[in-house]
Design a protein around this ligand. Structure first.
Ligand SMILES: *[C@@H]1O[C@H](CO)[C@@H](O)[C@H](O)[C@H]1NC(C)=O
Ligand SMILES: *[C@@H]1O[C@H](CO)[C@@H](O)[C@H](O)[C@H]1NC(C)=O
Length: 552
Protein backbone atom coordinates (compact mmCIF):
# COMPACT_ATOMS: atom_id res chain seq x y z
CA UNK A 1 0.00 0.00 0.00
CA UNK A 2 2.95 2.32 0.38
CA UNK A 3 3.49 2.51 -3.37
CA UNK A 4 0.76 4.99 -4.34
CA UNK A 5 1.58 7.22 -1.36
CA UNK A 6 5.24 7.18 -2.30
CA UNK A 7 4.55 8.21 -5.89
CA UNK A 8 2.32 10.95 -4.61
CA UNK A 9 4.98 12.45 -2.36
CA UNK A 10 7.49 12.57 -5.20
CA UNK A 11 5.02 14.52 -7.29
CA UNK A 12 4.17 16.96 -4.56
CA UNK A 13 6.85 19.65 -5.09
CA UNK A 14 5.96 19.79 -8.77
CA UNK A 15 2.28 20.17 -7.98
CA UNK A 16 2.95 22.92 -5.50
CA UNK A 17 4.84 24.75 -8.20
CA UNK A 18 1.96 24.40 -10.62
CA UNK A 19 -0.67 25.55 -8.16
CA UNK A 20 1.37 28.61 -7.17
CA UNK A 21 1.58 29.62 -10.78
CA UNK A 22 -2.05 29.24 -11.54
CA UNK A 23 -4.82 28.81 -9.02
CA UNK A 24 -7.38 28.25 -11.69
CA UNK A 25 -6.03 24.91 -12.87
CA UNK A 26 -8.70 22.46 -11.83
CA UNK A 27 -7.87 19.87 -9.20
CA UNK A 28 -8.68 16.99 -11.46
CA UNK A 29 -6.64 18.24 -14.38
CA UNK A 30 -3.16 17.17 -13.44
CA UNK A 31 -3.02 14.42 -10.90
CA UNK A 32 -5.05 11.45 -10.03
CA UNK A 33 -5.90 11.14 -6.38
CA UNK A 34 -4.55 8.87 -3.69
CA UNK A 35 -5.29 5.48 -2.13
CA UNK A 36 -5.02 4.49 1.51
CA UNK A 37 -5.55 1.10 3.13
CA UNK A 38 -7.81 1.71 6.15
CA UNK A 39 -8.25 -1.85 7.43
CA UNK A 40 -6.57 -5.05 6.24
CA UNK A 41 -9.64 -6.91 7.53
CA UNK A 42 -13.01 -5.96 8.92
CA UNK A 43 -13.75 -9.67 9.24
CA UNK A 44 -16.43 -9.72 6.53
CA UNK A 45 -16.43 -8.90 2.84
CA UNK A 46 -18.23 -5.62 2.09
CA UNK A 47 -20.90 -6.73 -0.38
CA UNK A 48 -23.39 -4.03 0.68
CA UNK A 49 -22.61 -0.61 2.22
CA UNK A 50 -24.62 2.39 3.44
CA UNK A 51 -23.35 5.58 5.10
CA UNK A 52 -25.57 6.88 7.93
CA UNK A 53 -25.98 10.38 9.44
CA UNK A 54 -23.65 9.53 12.35
CA UNK A 55 -20.73 8.96 9.94
CA UNK A 56 -20.88 5.23 10.41
CA UNK A 57 -21.19 2.81 7.54
CA UNK A 58 -23.36 -0.28 7.86
CA UNK A 59 -21.73 -3.12 5.96
CA UNK A 60 -23.11 -6.59 5.31
CA UNK A 61 -22.29 -9.70 3.37
CA UNK A 62 -24.34 -12.94 3.37
CA UNK A 63 -25.04 -15.54 6.05
CA UNK A 64 -25.08 -18.83 4.18
CA UNK A 65 -21.46 -19.59 3.36
CA UNK A 66 -19.88 -20.55 6.63
CA UNK A 67 -17.87 -18.57 9.16
CA UNK A 68 -16.70 -15.07 8.51
CA UNK A 69 -13.43 -13.82 10.08
CA UNK A 70 -15.24 -11.93 12.86
CA UNK A 71 -16.91 -13.46 15.92
CA UNK A 72 -20.20 -12.22 17.28
CA UNK A 73 -19.58 -10.56 20.68
CA UNK A 74 -20.58 -11.98 24.06
CA UNK A 75 -20.67 -15.56 22.88
CA UNK A 76 -23.76 -14.97 20.76
CA UNK A 77 -24.60 -17.46 18.02
CA UNK A 78 -27.29 -17.83 15.41
CA UNK A 79 -29.17 -21.11 15.35
CA UNK A 80 -30.84 -21.47 11.99
CA UNK A 81 -32.04 -24.91 10.84
CA UNK A 82 -32.76 -23.55 7.32
CA UNK A 83 -29.23 -22.25 6.77
CA UNK A 84 -27.26 -23.87 3.95
CA UNK A 85 -23.75 -23.90 5.42
CA UNK A 86 -23.84 -23.70 9.23
CA UNK A 87 -26.87 -24.49 11.39
CA UNK A 88 -25.11 -22.82 14.30
CA UNK A 89 -23.05 -19.79 13.34
CA UNK A 90 -21.17 -17.72 15.90
CA UNK A 91 -19.59 -15.35 13.36
CA UNK A 92 -20.81 -11.92 12.22
CA UNK A 93 -21.97 -11.14 8.69
CA UNK A 94 -22.54 -7.45 9.22
CA UNK A 95 -20.45 -4.69 10.80
CA UNK A 96 -20.77 -1.04 11.67
CA UNK A 97 -17.68 0.89 10.54
CA UNK A 98 -17.07 4.23 12.27
CA UNK A 99 -15.39 6.57 9.79
CA UNK A 100 -13.81 9.16 12.16
CA UNK A 101 -12.21 6.58 14.48
CA UNK A 102 -11.54 3.96 11.75
CA UNK A 103 -13.00 1.28 14.04
CA UNK A 104 -15.66 -1.34 13.51
CA UNK A 105 -17.92 -3.60 15.55
CA UNK A 106 -19.89 -6.74 14.75
CA UNK A 107 -23.63 -6.55 14.07
CA UNK A 108 -26.03 -9.48 14.01
CA UNK A 109 -28.40 -10.27 11.17
CA UNK A 110 -30.82 -13.11 11.83
CA UNK A 111 -31.58 -14.24 8.28
CA UNK A 112 -29.88 -14.20 4.90
CA UNK A 113 -29.29 -10.70 3.49
CA UNK A 114 -27.50 -11.89 0.34
CA UNK A 115 -28.02 -9.72 -2.78
CA UNK A 116 -30.61 -7.46 -1.20
CA UNK A 117 -31.52 -3.78 -1.45
CA UNK A 118 -31.89 -0.78 0.83
CA UNK A 119 -32.81 2.86 1.34
CA UNK A 120 -32.87 5.42 4.15
CA UNK A 121 -36.17 6.64 5.60
CA UNK A 122 -36.80 10.39 6.04
CA UNK A 123 -35.91 10.04 9.73
CA UNK A 124 -32.57 8.41 8.99
CA UNK A 125 -33.13 4.67 9.50
CA UNK A 126 -31.68 2.17 7.08
CA UNK A 127 -34.41 -0.10 5.71
CA UNK A 128 -33.05 -3.20 4.02
CA UNK A 129 -35.29 -5.45 1.93
CA UNK A 130 -35.14 -9.10 0.92
CA UNK A 131 -32.31 -11.53 0.39
CA UNK A 132 -32.08 -15.28 -0.07
CA UNK A 133 -33.66 -18.37 1.48
CA UNK A 134 -35.10 -17.45 4.91
CA UNK A 135 -34.31 -13.78 4.17
CA UNK A 136 -36.20 -13.42 0.91
CA UNK A 137 -39.31 -11.75 2.38
CA UNK A 138 -37.67 -10.03 5.32
CA UNK A 139 -37.44 -6.31 5.89
CA UNK A 140 -34.74 -5.25 8.33
CA UNK A 141 -34.27 -1.90 10.02
CA UNK A 142 -31.08 -0.43 11.40
CA UNK A 143 -31.66 2.72 13.50
CA UNK A 144 -28.35 4.53 13.93
CA UNK A 145 -27.29 5.44 17.45
CA UNK A 146 -24.52 7.45 19.10
CA UNK A 147 -23.72 4.52 21.40
CA UNK A 148 -22.54 1.09 20.33
CA UNK A 149 -25.78 -0.62 21.27
CA UNK A 150 -27.92 -0.46 18.14
CA UNK A 151 -28.36 -3.53 15.98
CA UNK A 152 -30.58 -4.94 13.23
CA UNK A 153 -34.32 -5.41 13.84
CA UNK A 154 -36.10 -7.88 11.57
CA UNK A 155 -39.67 -7.77 10.25
CA UNK A 156 -40.80 -11.24 9.13
CA UNK A 157 -43.06 -11.17 6.05
CA UNK A 158 -42.22 -7.50 5.57
CA UNK A 159 -42.38 -8.10 1.82
CA UNK A 160 -45.30 -9.58 -0.11
CA UNK A 161 -43.03 -11.21 -2.74
CA UNK A 162 -39.60 -12.81 -2.45
CA UNK A 163 -37.01 -10.22 -3.47
CA UNK A 164 -33.51 -11.31 -4.46
CA UNK A 165 -31.52 -8.84 -6.67
CA UNK A 166 -34.25 -6.17 -6.40
CA UNK A 167 -33.76 -2.38 -6.24
CA UNK A 168 -35.12 -0.10 -3.49
CA UNK A 169 -35.85 3.60 -3.97
CA UNK A 170 -37.14 6.25 -1.58
CA UNK A 171 -40.31 8.05 -2.76
CA UNK A 172 -41.43 11.66 -2.30
CA UNK A 173 -44.13 10.49 0.16
CA UNK A 174 -41.50 8.81 2.37
CA UNK A 175 -42.39 5.22 1.42
CA UNK A 176 -40.00 2.98 -0.47
CA UNK A 177 -40.63 1.11 -3.69
CA UNK A 178 -38.95 -2.27 -4.21
CA UNK A 179 -38.63 -3.12 -7.90
CA UNK A 180 -38.14 -6.59 -9.38
CA UNK A 181 -35.77 -9.29 -8.23
CA UNK A 182 -35.29 -12.80 -9.61
CA UNK A 183 -38.45 -14.06 -11.29
CA UNK A 184 -40.40 -11.10 -9.93
CA UNK A 185 -41.85 -9.02 -12.75
CA UNK A 186 -43.52 -6.62 -10.36
CA UNK A 187 -42.95 -4.08 -7.59
CA UNK A 188 -44.28 -3.32 -4.14
CA UNK A 189 -44.14 -0.63 -1.48
CA UNK A 190 -43.00 -0.56 2.14
CA UNK A 191 -44.13 0.14 4.75
CA UNK A 192 -47.43 -1.52 3.94
CA UNK A 193 -50.72 0.28 4.07
CA UNK A 194 -54.01 -1.41 3.30
CA UNK A 195 -54.15 0.35 -0.05
CA UNK A 196 -50.71 -0.86 -1.06
CA UNK A 197 -50.39 -4.29 0.49
CA UNK A 198 -50.00 -6.03 -2.86
CA UNK A 199 -47.55 -6.36 -5.65
CA UNK A 200 -48.08 -4.54 -8.93
CA UNK A 201 -47.24 -6.12 -12.26
CA UNK A 202 -44.49 -4.62 -14.39
CA UNK A 203 -44.39 -6.50 -17.73
CA UNK A 204 -41.33 -4.43 -18.69
CA UNK A 205 -39.28 -6.63 -16.34
CA UNK A 206 -40.50 -9.75 -18.14
CA UNK A 207 -39.79 -8.19 -21.56
CA UNK A 208 -36.21 -7.39 -20.52
CA UNK A 209 -35.57 -10.83 -19.01
CA UNK A 210 -33.16 -12.60 -21.39
CA UNK A 211 -33.23 -16.37 -21.23
CA UNK A 212 -30.06 -17.89 -19.80
CA UNK A 213 -28.86 -14.63 -18.28
CA UNK A 214 -31.63 -12.61 -16.71
CA UNK A 215 -30.18 -9.23 -17.62
CA UNK A 216 -32.97 -7.36 -15.85
CA UNK A 217 -31.79 -7.77 -12.26
CA UNK A 218 -30.87 -4.91 -9.94
CA UNK A 219 -32.64 -2.49 -12.32
CA UNK A 220 -31.32 1.10 -12.28
CA UNK A 221 -34.13 3.13 -10.67
CA UNK A 222 -34.13 6.94 -10.38
CA UNK A 223 -36.78 9.35 -9.19
CA UNK A 224 -37.31 11.77 -12.09
CA UNK A 225 -37.94 15.45 -11.35
CA UNK A 226 -41.58 15.07 -12.50
CA UNK A 227 -42.21 12.54 -9.71
CA UNK A 228 -42.24 9.49 -11.99
CA UNK A 229 -39.69 6.70 -11.75
CA UNK A 230 -37.12 6.07 -14.45
CA UNK A 231 -36.52 2.31 -14.52
CA UNK A 232 -33.72 0.85 -16.66
CA UNK A 233 -33.28 -2.90 -17.18
CA UNK A 234 -31.17 -4.82 -19.70
CA UNK A 235 -30.70 -2.25 -22.51
CA UNK A 236 -33.65 0.14 -22.20
CA UNK A 237 -35.89 2.11 -19.89
CA UNK A 238 -39.39 3.22 -19.07
CA UNK A 239 -40.94 6.00 -17.02
CA UNK A 240 -43.37 4.65 -14.42
CA UNK A 241 -46.16 6.62 -12.80
CA UNK A 242 -46.16 4.58 -9.59
CA UNK A 243 -49.17 6.50 -8.24
CA UNK A 244 -51.39 5.34 -11.11
CA UNK A 245 -49.41 2.10 -11.67
CA UNK A 246 -48.93 3.08 -15.31
CA UNK A 247 -45.99 3.23 -17.74
CA UNK A 248 -46.09 6.78 -19.12
CA UNK A 249 -43.08 6.66 -21.44
CA UNK A 250 -40.86 4.13 -23.19
CA UNK A 251 -37.29 5.17 -23.91
CA UNK A 252 -35.17 3.95 -26.83
CA UNK A 253 -32.77 1.02 -26.56
CA UNK A 254 -29.12 1.97 -26.02
CA UNK A 255 -27.37 1.91 -29.43
CA UNK A 256 -25.63 -1.44 -29.88
CA UNK A 257 -28.24 -3.15 -27.74
CA UNK A 258 -25.86 -4.71 -25.22
CA UNK A 259 -27.31 -5.32 -21.74
CA UNK A 260 -26.13 -3.09 -18.88
CA UNK A 261 -27.86 -4.39 -15.77
CA UNK A 262 -27.04 -7.49 -13.71
CA UNK A 263 -25.33 -9.83 -14.55
CA UNK A 264 -24.02 -7.73 -17.44
CA UNK A 265 -23.47 -5.18 -14.68
CA UNK A 266 -22.60 -1.73 -15.86
CA UNK A 267 -23.48 1.08 -13.50
CA UNK A 268 -25.64 4.20 -13.66
CA UNK A 269 -26.12 7.64 -12.12
CA UNK A 270 -28.62 10.43 -12.26
CA UNK A 271 -26.35 13.37 -13.12
CA UNK A 272 -26.42 16.46 -10.83
CA UNK A 273 -29.75 18.26 -10.83
CA UNK A 274 -29.31 22.01 -11.28
CA UNK A 275 -30.97 25.23 -12.47
CA UNK A 276 -33.70 24.61 -9.94
CA UNK A 277 -35.11 28.13 -10.01
CA UNK A 278 -37.73 27.47 -12.67
CA UNK A 279 -39.35 24.04 -12.50
CA UNK A 280 -39.78 23.92 -16.27
CA UNK A 281 -36.06 24.43 -16.85
CA UNK A 282 -34.90 21.47 -14.77
CA UNK A 283 -33.37 18.73 -16.84
CA UNK A 284 -32.69 15.26 -15.54
CA UNK A 285 -29.95 13.25 -17.21
CA UNK A 286 -28.98 9.62 -16.73
CA UNK A 287 -25.50 8.25 -17.46
CA UNK A 288 -24.94 4.50 -17.80
CA UNK A 289 -21.38 3.18 -18.19
CA UNK A 290 -19.76 -0.14 -18.95
CA UNK A 291 -21.15 -3.62 -18.52
CA UNK A 292 -20.62 -6.81 -20.46
CA UNK A 293 -21.59 -7.49 -24.08
CA UNK A 294 -24.55 -9.75 -24.78
CA UNK A 295 -23.58 -13.39 -24.22
CA UNK A 296 -20.69 -12.63 -21.82
CA UNK A 297 -22.30 -14.44 -18.90
CA UNK A 298 -22.72 -17.63 -20.92
CA UNK A 299 -19.23 -17.36 -22.42
CA UNK A 300 -17.61 -16.71 -19.03
CA UNK A 301 -19.25 -19.84 -17.63
CA UNK A 302 -17.27 -21.71 -20.34
CA UNK A 303 -14.01 -19.98 -19.50
CA UNK A 304 -14.16 -17.41 -22.29
CA UNK A 305 -13.81 -13.95 -20.76
CA UNK A 306 -15.00 -11.39 -23.31
CA UNK A 307 -13.72 -7.79 -23.08
CA UNK A 308 -16.13 -5.56 -21.18
CA UNK A 309 -17.99 -2.64 -22.75
CA UNK A 310 -16.04 0.61 -22.97
CA UNK A 311 -19.02 2.81 -23.75
CA UNK A 312 -21.28 5.08 -21.73
CA UNK A 313 -24.75 6.14 -22.79
CA UNK A 314 -26.17 9.49 -21.65
CA UNK A 315 -29.73 10.70 -22.08
CA UNK A 316 -31.82 13.68 -21.01
CA UNK A 317 -34.76 11.74 -19.57
CA UNK A 318 -36.93 14.86 -19.32
CA UNK A 319 -36.52 15.59 -23.05
CA UNK A 320 -39.73 15.20 -25.12
CA UNK A 321 -37.72 13.28 -27.74
CA UNK A 322 -34.97 11.62 -25.70
CA UNK A 323 -31.99 9.95 -27.39
CA UNK A 324 -28.95 8.18 -25.98
CA UNK A 325 -25.63 9.87 -26.73
CA UNK A 326 -22.68 7.46 -26.71
CA UNK A 327 -19.23 8.19 -25.28
CA UNK A 328 -16.08 6.06 -25.03
CA UNK A 329 -14.33 5.44 -21.73
CA UNK A 330 -10.53 5.18 -21.54
CA UNK A 331 -10.94 1.72 -19.92
CA UNK A 332 -13.49 -1.02 -20.55
CA UNK A 333 -15.22 -1.95 -17.30
CA UNK A 334 -17.76 -4.44 -16.00
CA UNK A 335 -18.89 -4.39 -12.33
CA UNK A 336 -17.70 -0.80 -11.89
CA UNK A 337 -19.34 1.62 -9.47
CA UNK A 338 -20.37 5.15 -10.35
CA UNK A 339 -20.12 7.57 -7.43
CA UNK A 340 -21.29 11.19 -7.50
CA UNK A 341 -18.61 13.38 -5.93
CA UNK A 342 -19.51 16.56 -4.00
CA UNK A 343 -18.34 18.79 -6.89
CA UNK A 344 -20.64 17.06 -9.38
CA UNK A 345 -17.99 14.87 -11.01
CA UNK A 346 -18.69 11.16 -11.40
CA UNK A 347 -16.10 8.62 -10.24
CA UNK A 348 -15.98 5.26 -12.01
CA UNK A 349 -14.27 2.81 -9.68
CA UNK A 350 -13.85 -0.97 -9.06
CA UNK A 351 -14.60 -3.80 -11.46
CA UNK A 352 -13.01 -5.87 -14.18
CA UNK A 353 -11.90 -5.51 -17.78
CA UNK A 354 -13.44 -8.76 -18.99
CA UNK A 355 -15.97 -11.42 -18.11
CA UNK A 356 -19.21 -10.95 -16.24
CA UNK A 357 -20.73 -10.73 -12.78
CA UNK A 358 -21.20 -14.18 -11.23
CA UNK A 359 -19.04 -16.77 -9.49
CA UNK A 360 -15.50 -16.88 -10.90
CA UNK A 361 -16.59 -14.98 -14.01
CA UNK A 362 -14.50 -11.80 -13.98
CA UNK A 363 -10.91 -11.29 -15.16
CA UNK A 364 -8.46 -8.40 -15.65
CA UNK A 365 -9.22 -6.17 -12.65
CA UNK A 366 -9.47 -2.48 -13.53
CA UNK A 367 -7.34 -0.93 -10.81
CA UNK A 368 -7.56 2.70 -11.99
CA UNK A 369 -10.64 4.77 -11.26
CA UNK A 370 -11.73 7.19 -13.98
CA UNK A 371 -13.19 10.62 -13.36
CA UNK A 372 -16.03 11.84 -15.57
CA UNK A 373 -16.68 15.57 -15.76
CA UNK A 374 -20.26 15.92 -17.01
CA UNK A 375 -19.99 19.61 -18.01
CA UNK A 376 -16.84 19.27 -20.11
CA UNK A 377 -17.17 19.02 -23.88
CA UNK A 378 -17.85 15.55 -25.16
CA UNK A 379 -14.48 13.94 -25.91
CA UNK A 380 -12.73 15.58 -22.94
CA UNK A 381 -14.75 14.30 -20.02
CA UNK A 382 -12.74 11.29 -18.82
CA UNK A 383 -9.54 11.38 -16.74
CA UNK A 384 -7.84 8.20 -15.59
CA UNK A 385 -6.84 8.25 -11.91
CA UNK A 386 -4.13 6.55 -9.85
CA UNK A 387 -4.52 2.78 -9.53
CA UNK A 388 -4.95 0.79 -6.34
CA UNK A 389 -3.20 -2.54 -5.88
CA UNK A 390 -6.27 -4.46 -4.63
CA UNK A 391 -8.62 -5.91 -7.26
CA UNK A 392 -12.26 -5.15 -6.51
CA UNK A 393 -14.19 -7.72 -8.49
CA UNK A 394 -17.66 -9.24 -8.06
CA UNK A 395 -19.30 -8.28 -4.74
CA UNK A 396 -17.22 -5.17 -4.14
CA UNK A 397 -18.65 -1.82 -3.10
CA UNK A 398 -17.99 1.93 -2.79
CA UNK A 399 -19.63 4.87 -0.99
CA UNK A 400 -18.94 8.60 -0.67
CA UNK A 401 -17.96 9.80 2.82
CA UNK A 402 -18.67 13.17 4.44
CA UNK A 403 -15.02 14.23 4.13
CA UNK A 404 -15.10 13.74 0.35
CA UNK A 405 -13.21 10.44 0.27
CA UNK A 406 -14.70 7.32 -1.29
CA UNK A 407 -14.77 4.19 0.88
CA UNK A 408 -14.02 1.01 -1.08
CA UNK A 409 -14.46 -2.56 0.14
CA UNK A 410 -15.46 -6.12 -0.65
CA UNK A 411 -14.69 -8.35 -3.63
CA UNK A 412 -15.57 -12.00 -3.34
CA UNK A 413 -16.24 -13.82 -6.60
CA UNK A 414 -16.44 -17.19 -4.80
CA UNK A 415 -19.33 -19.11 -3.32
CA UNK A 416 -17.41 -19.24 -0.01
CA UNK A 417 -14.74 -17.18 1.71
CA UNK A 418 -11.62 -18.37 -0.08
CA UNK A 419 -8.19 -17.02 0.86
CA UNK A 420 -6.20 -19.70 -0.93
CA UNK A 421 -7.40 -19.44 -4.53
CA UNK A 422 -5.13 -17.81 -7.11
CA UNK A 423 -7.97 -15.85 -8.71
CA UNK A 424 -9.04 -12.92 -6.58
CA UNK A 425 -9.13 -14.29 -3.03
CA UNK A 426 -11.93 -12.98 -0.81
CA UNK A 427 -11.16 -9.38 0.23
CA UNK A 428 -11.93 -8.33 3.79
CA UNK A 429 -10.09 -5.01 3.53
CA UNK A 430 -11.33 -1.43 3.41
CA UNK A 431 -9.56 1.29 1.43
CA UNK A 432 -10.23 4.96 0.84
CA UNK A 433 -9.76 6.72 -2.46
CA UNK A 434 -9.08 10.43 -2.03
CA UNK A 435 -9.89 12.34 -5.20
CA UNK A 436 -7.35 15.01 -6.17
CA UNK A 437 -9.53 17.75 -4.64
CA UNK A 438 -8.41 16.53 -1.19
CA UNK A 439 -4.78 17.32 -1.94
CA UNK A 440 -3.32 19.82 0.53
CA UNK A 441 -2.28 22.01 -2.43
CA UNK A 442 -5.87 23.10 -2.65
CA UNK A 443 -6.31 24.03 1.00
CA UNK A 444 -6.32 27.73 0.22
CA UNK A 445 -9.17 27.23 -2.23
CA UNK A 446 -11.08 24.84 0.03
CA UNK A 447 -14.12 26.27 1.81
CA UNK A 448 -14.50 25.47 5.49
CA UNK A 449 -18.08 25.61 6.72
CA UNK A 450 -18.12 27.43 10.08
CA UNK A 451 -21.84 27.81 10.49
CA UNK A 452 -24.05 25.85 10.78
CA UNK A 453 -22.35 22.65 11.97
CA UNK A 454 -25.36 20.61 10.97
CA UNK A 455 -28.92 21.52 10.17
CA UNK A 456 -32.28 20.26 11.21
CA UNK A 457 -35.29 22.41 10.41
CA UNK A 458 -34.06 22.48 6.84
CA UNK A 459 -37.33 22.89 5.01
CA UNK A 460 -38.30 23.17 1.34
CA UNK A 461 -38.14 26.46 -0.65
CA UNK A 462 -36.32 28.30 2.09
CA UNK A 463 -33.47 30.83 1.95
CA UNK A 464 -30.60 29.51 4.02
CA UNK A 465 -27.30 31.10 4.92
CA UNK A 466 -24.02 29.24 5.25
CA UNK A 467 -20.86 30.85 6.57
CA UNK A 468 -17.55 29.69 5.24
CA UNK A 469 -13.90 30.59 5.40
CA UNK A 470 -11.92 30.54 2.16
CA UNK A 471 -8.32 31.75 2.26
CA UNK A 472 -7.83 32.36 -1.46
CA UNK A 473 -9.57 35.15 -3.27
CA UNK A 474 -13.13 34.25 -4.19
CA UNK A 475 -14.32 35.32 -7.61
CA UNK A 476 -17.90 35.57 -8.69
CA UNK A 477 -19.62 32.39 -9.88
CA UNK A 478 -16.89 30.22 -8.41
CA UNK A 479 -18.90 29.03 -5.41
CA UNK A 480 -21.76 26.55 -5.37
CA UNK A 481 -23.64 24.56 -2.77
CA UNK A 482 -24.46 20.90 -3.36
CA UNK A 483 -26.51 18.30 -1.51
CA UNK A 484 -25.75 14.59 -1.87
CA UNK A 485 -28.07 11.80 -0.71
CA UNK A 486 -26.16 8.93 0.93
CA UNK A 487 -26.63 5.87 -1.26
CA UNK A 488 -27.10 2.17 -0.62
CA UNK A 489 -24.38 0.46 -2.66
CA UNK A 490 -24.24 -3.13 -3.83
CA UNK A 491 -23.61 -5.00 -7.10
CA UNK A 492 -22.24 -1.88 -8.80
CA UNK A 493 -25.32 0.26 -8.24
CA UNK A 494 -25.86 3.06 -5.73
CA UNK A 495 -29.57 3.10 -4.92
CA UNK A 496 -31.04 6.53 -4.09
CA UNK A 497 -27.85 8.33 -5.15
CA UNK A 498 -28.72 11.93 -6.00
CA UNK A 499 -26.91 15.26 -6.14
CA UNK A 500 -28.71 18.60 -6.14
CA UNK A 501 -26.95 21.88 -6.92
CA UNK A 502 -28.79 24.52 -4.91
CA UNK A 503 -29.76 27.57 -6.89
CA UNK A 504 -29.78 31.25 -6.54
CA UNK A 505 -26.58 31.65 -4.57
CA UNK A 506 -25.49 35.04 -3.31
CA UNK A 507 -21.95 35.26 -1.96
CA UNK A 508 -21.08 38.11 0.38
CA UNK A 509 -17.58 38.87 1.67
CA UNK A 510 -17.54 39.45 5.42
CA UNK A 511 -13.82 40.24 5.68
CA UNK A 512 -10.97 38.12 7.08
CA UNK A 513 -11.56 35.38 4.49
CA UNK A 514 -15.11 34.86 5.78
CA UNK A 515 -18.05 34.69 3.38
CA UNK A 516 -21.74 34.17 3.75
CA UNK A 517 -23.51 32.22 1.07
CA UNK A 518 -27.24 32.40 0.65
CA UNK A 519 -29.03 29.68 -1.31
CA UNK A 520 -32.55 28.36 -1.73
CA UNK A 521 -33.34 24.85 -0.53
CA UNK A 522 -35.01 22.44 -3.01
CA UNK A 523 -38.50 23.40 -4.11
CA UNK A 524 -40.11 19.96 -3.97
CA UNK A 525 -39.95 16.39 -2.74
CA UNK A 526 -39.73 15.20 -6.33
CA UNK A 527 -36.40 16.98 -6.64
CA UNK A 528 -35.19 15.89 -3.23
CA UNK A 529 -37.19 13.45 -1.10
CA UNK A 530 -37.17 14.30 2.62
CA UNK A 531 -34.28 12.88 4.61
CA UNK A 532 -30.62 13.29 5.42
CA UNK A 533 -28.22 14.82 2.89
CA UNK A 534 -24.59 15.81 2.92
CA UNK A 535 -24.31 19.51 2.16
CA UNK A 536 -21.05 20.78 0.62
CA UNK A 537 -19.79 24.20 -0.37
CA UNK A 538 -17.70 23.94 -3.54
CA UNK A 539 -15.22 26.62 -4.61
CA UNK A 540 -13.43 26.31 -7.95
CA UNK A 541 -14.16 22.61 -7.98
CA UNK A 542 -12.80 22.03 -4.46
CA UNK A 543 -15.44 20.87 -1.97
CA UNK A 544 -15.56 21.61 1.74
CA UNK A 545 -16.13 18.80 4.20
CA UNK A 546 -19.83 18.07 4.20
CA UNK A 547 -22.31 18.79 6.97
CA UNK A 548 -25.37 16.63 7.57
CA UNK A 549 -28.68 18.36 6.92
CA UNK A 550 -32.11 16.87 7.48
CA UNK A 551 -34.49 18.06 4.80
CA UNK A 552 -38.10 17.92 5.95
C1 LIG B 1 -9.55 -15.33 7.85
O1 LIG B 1 -9.58 -16.55 8.55
C2 LIG B 1 -8.93 -17.61 7.86
C3 LIG B 1 -9.21 -18.91 8.59
O2 LIG B 1 -9.45 -18.70 9.94
C4 LIG B 1 -7.45 -17.30 7.74
O3 LIG B 1 -6.80 -18.33 7.03
C5 LIG B 1 -7.31 -16.00 6.97
O4 LIG B 1 -5.96 -15.62 6.92
C6 LIG B 1 -8.12 -14.90 7.62
N1 LIG B 1 -8.04 -13.77 6.72
C7 LIG B 1 -7.90 -12.51 7.10
C8 LIG B 1 -7.75 -11.50 6.02
O5 LIG B 1 -7.91 -12.19 8.25
C1 LIG C 1 -10.81 -22.24 -2.70
O1 LIG C 1 -10.28 -22.29 -4.01
C2 LIG C 1 -9.48 -23.41 -4.28
C3 LIG C 1 -8.85 -23.23 -5.66
O2 LIG C 1 -9.84 -22.96 -6.60
C4 LIG C 1 -10.31 -24.67 -4.15
O3 LIG C 1 -9.50 -25.80 -4.38
C5 LIG C 1 -10.92 -24.72 -2.76
O4 LIG C 1 -11.80 -25.81 -2.65
C6 LIG C 1 -11.68 -23.44 -2.44
N1 LIG C 1 -12.12 -23.43 -1.07
C7 LIG C 1 -13.38 -23.17 -0.72
C8 LIG C 1 -13.65 -23.17 0.76
O5 LIG C 1 -14.24 -22.92 -1.52
Amino acid sequence: MSIPTFVFSILLPHLLFVSQQCHLVLASEYHGGRWKLLQTSIGISAMHMQLLWNDRVVVFDRTDFGNSNLSLPNGRCRNDPTEAALKRDCSAHSVEYDVPSNKFRALMVQTDVWCSSGAITPDGNLVQAGGFNDGERRVRVFSPCRSRACDWQEIPNGLTARRWYATSHILPDGRQIIVGGRKQFNYEFIPKSIAAANTFNLPFLLETNDFGAENNLYPFVFLNVDGNLFIFANNRAILLDYVKYKVVKTYPTIPGGDPRSYPSTGSAVLLPLKNLKRAAAIQAEVLICGGAPKGSFFQASRGNFITALNTCARMVITDPNPQWVMETMPLARVMGDMILLPNGDVLLINGAGSGSAGWEMGRNPVLSPVLYRPDNKIGSRFKTQKPTIIPRMYHSSAVLLRDGRVLVGGSNPHAFYNFTTAFFPTELSLEAFSPAYLNANFDSLRPRIVDPKSMSGFTYRKRITIQVVITAEVSENSVSVTMVAPAFNTHSFSMNQRLIVLSDDKVKALGNSAYSIEVTSPRSRNLAPAGFYLLFVVHQDIPSQGIWVKLQ
